[in-house]
Design a protein around this ligand. Structure first.
Ligand SMILES: CC(C)(COP(=O)(O)OP(=O)(O)OC[C@H]1O[C@@H](n2cnc3c(N)ncnc32)[C@H](O)[C@@H]1OP(=O)(O)O)[C@@H](O)C(=O)NCCC(=O)NCCS
Length: 151
């Protein structure tokens, strides 16, 4: 008989999760950024505000993925909206609906903070992440990002 699928819990990150979060990020980006993740934990992971969310998905006593989001008010004249600026699922746990659940969890947090729009930013050539967000109904926003080299 098949064993039942391990229960999945999506909850705020804890300090003890950071090693696994750093490993999941390093596996997909190929850059280990320990200091960066500890800094993010202090800014987003302490649960002091509804505006900032750092959530992890845990199953089988292991972190399977995470999402980070923040409500930003009136930046560049834009009404308050929720920004997702990191989402990542452990490669072995992908394509099983976990990314969808993480995005929904952070959107639930945004709704609690009374915002009605969710935004993110994706590299034009990141087909995987673009496909994911498109599958979630996200489309090009009425804003553009501009940049130039400072050299
Ligand atoms: C994007 C990501 C979060 C998706 O997580 P996931 O758990 O696999 O997503 P889901 O299973 O919920 O997939 C939802 C939909 O996204 C799309 N999708 C997901 N992976 C895809 C892929 N490899 N190719 C095409 N479409 C894909 C599909 O439409 C999928 O729906 P379907 O399974 O019914 O076809 C995950 O692939 C990931 O972590 N990628 C690396 C992200 C990264 O580099 N982050 C660093 C910068 S923030």
């Amino acid at each position: 008989m098949n064993s039942p699928a391990p229960a999945l819990v999506i909850r705020p990150v804890e300090a003890a999760d950071l090693g696994q979060v750093i490993a999941i990020d390093a596996e997909s980006t190929r850059i280990e950024k320990t200091d960066y993740w500890y800094e993010l934990f202090h800014r987003f992971g302490t649960g002091r505000t509804r505006q900032r969310l750092f959530l992890v998905a845990e199953a089988d006593n292991a972190i399977q993925g995470f999402v980070i989001g923040e409500v930003r008010d009136w930046e560049f004249g834009s009404p308050p909206c929720g920004w997702v600026f990191a989402i990542n699922v452990r490669p072995g746990a992908r394509l099983a609906g976990l990314g969808t659940k993480l995005l929904e969890a952070v959107c639930t947090g945004f709704r609690r903070a009374s915002v009605a729009t969710v935004r993110t930013q994706v590299s034009r050539d990141n087909n995987l992440v673009l496909s994911f967000f498109r599958s979630q109904g996200m489309m090009a926003a009425p804003v553009i990002t501009l940049e130039r080299s400072l050299d």
